[in-house]
Design a protein around this ligand. Structure first.
Ligand code: SME
Length: 208
């Protein structure tokens, strides 16, 4: 099967819970045999985003309502070789541990860094990351500190990516999965349950 066909959604699927089971079952083989998080997160957000767009039952006639799906990741997970030595005029912002860094995504351009400073109202992604819990926002305009990467977004859901580690180590939140919607109340508890299972699958399919 061509990889792109993984995001097709059979017309027999009409409930959200069956939709998320379907996306989960399509994601498993896409992640198989690959442990690099860049590759797996790129395919995961493409699969989720395109499957949502292929599932018109979701938002009635407004089948393009989901306008962004992607990841923000702890910068220390970017072990890229440094080609130049940073100077004082080249601040090392991309490795700032006080922020989350934009990772693979589908949708329009978005903010690169999200501050994790607890003394500010840090936004939905930072709150989900700091508390290690999914945040379901039915109206972003009433969420304190919401960061509007796209002024047309009205609702949002953010799930933490929780790495359970090996042995008795503390679980570590390595990033978040973020989805935005043009509609108010675009996401509900069925989406939360489905996305949390998908977030677990993604985390255990990568080497961190
Ligand atoms: N709204 C998010 C920022 C990321 S964008 O939605 C892509 C937040 O408040 O953290």
């Amino acid at each position: 099967m061509p990889h792109a066909d993984a995001s097709l959604v059979p017309s027999t699927i009409i409930t959200k819970s069956r939709f998320w089971d379907h996306v989960h079952s399509q994601l498993e083989p896409l992640l198989e045999g690959q442990r690099h998080w860049v590759t797996n997160l790129a395919n995961a957000c493409s699969l989720i985003y395109n499957s949502l767009l292929a599932f018109p039952a979701y938002f009635g006639s407004n089948d393009r309502a989901v306008n962004w799906c992607g990841f923000y990741i702890l910068p220390s997970l970017f072990p890229l070789p440094r080609l130049t030595t940073p100077t004082s005029s080249q601040p090392n912002v991309s490795r700032d541990k006080g922020s989350l860094l934009l990772g693979p995504f589908c949708g329009k351009p978005a903010c690169q860094l999200i501050s994790l400073q607890a003394d500010k109202a840090p936004g939905v992604c930072a709150d989900a990351f700091i508390h290690g819990k999914t945040i379901l926002v039915r109206d972003v305009n009433s969420y304190p500190g919401h960061i509007a990467c796209d002024g047309f977004t009205n609702s949002e859901i953010v799930c933490p990516l929780i790495y359970q580690g090996q042995g008795s180590g503390e679980p570590l939140v390595v990033g978040v999965l973020d989805l935005d919607c043009l509609a108010l109340s675009g996401f509900d508890e069925d989406d939360q349950a489905g996305l949390e299972k998908i977030a677990e699958l993604i985390v255990r399919s990568c080497d961190w």
